[in-house]
Write a protein that binds this ligand. Sequence first.
Ligand code: PMP
Length: 403
Amino acid sequence: MNWTADFPILAADENGNRLVYLDSAATTQHPMQVLNAVVDYYTKENANPHRGVYELAMRATDAHEGARHTVAQFFNAEDDEIVFTQNTTESLNLVAYSYGMNFLHEGDEIVISVAEHHSNMVPWQRVAKATGAKLVYMYPGENGRLTTEELDKKITPKTKVVAVAMVSNVLGLRAPVEEIVKRAHAVGAVVVLDCAQSAPHTPVDVKKLDVDFAACSAHKLYAPMGVGALYARAGLLEKMPPFMSGGDMIGAVHESGATWADGPRKFEAGTRNVGGEVGFAAAIDYMKGIGWEAMETHEHALLDRMLAGMRAMPWLTVYGEPVAEGRYGVVSFNVNDVHPHDVATILDAGGVAVRAGHHCAQPLMEFLGIGSCCRASVAIYNTPEDVDALLENLENVRKVMGL
Ligand code: PMP
């Protein structure tokens, strides 16, 4: 199957040139089905939800709450376990500030991996500094994967929070979530799962995984920017104080103080991005229409093809075990002795878009002994021809650089 036709931005121009977009880990493109849903919302249903009693405002409220239901089903969660946020970053900050700042103390430990995106690292650094808790880093083994020995060493009775990416945005490898949850829960710690890079590629069933929190961004799964979600296990949201306060998150306000709304609304202060939420739900429906099996098979084949090509390039280094098994979405690499920005610029001249930089994972770059790298990432709309274009243009980098 080829889904590219659903994505107008990827259509060839009048000269027949087509962008080979391999930066979906940064943000995905949107299918017409999602764009139409957003236009429909703004043409027919736009009003401020939870505010008015008139018909249109109620339709906007239904759109907002309907989108929450779709997101809840996506995670196999209950509707009142889903908080709408702006993105993964806000979801993770919400947990760090509302849970971490209030329930951690000196002597407690927060365990994260050195491979975390800054948005699952810097908030915990700040929590540690403010509460006196210790931030403990787990380090991947030779092949880029976390070992059970490392989990056993770092998750101890002092651990109160384990916060990890289900899939690293640099290494692309799936974390041993089940093993982490087993150890964390055995010592009474909560597990925060950063699903920014997993939710677009593989099911995140929060009940099956038994995680306490899960965060994702809609813009990485074919929906607009500016909306994300936080799953929080029922009961946890109840005991957490609000992160931000203002309109719509209150029960009642008096001169002497305020009480809070029930459920996720306690964490949804101010006017929401309902158009974005509608797009988020439409993107989930779009993905559902394709089905996980078809998506995973398609993307696995693309990664397999890309890695096979790269393994035949001895002048190129892939980070993390260079296999498609247990890998989702991304392949990070460097052309030896060539700056990644030069590589990305030469690739761009050939019509291939990849990301170059530290990928908001500077401690991982330090751990790998590099300053930055290139990252090629795939989504449902990529084709084997896209992968071949990358590989051909990498050959061109080798020639241009005289390697
Ligand atoms: N975590 C991971 C693993 C990511 O890849 C990203 C986005 N690059 C984020 C968190 C942050 O996502 P956002 O910028 O959408 O908040």
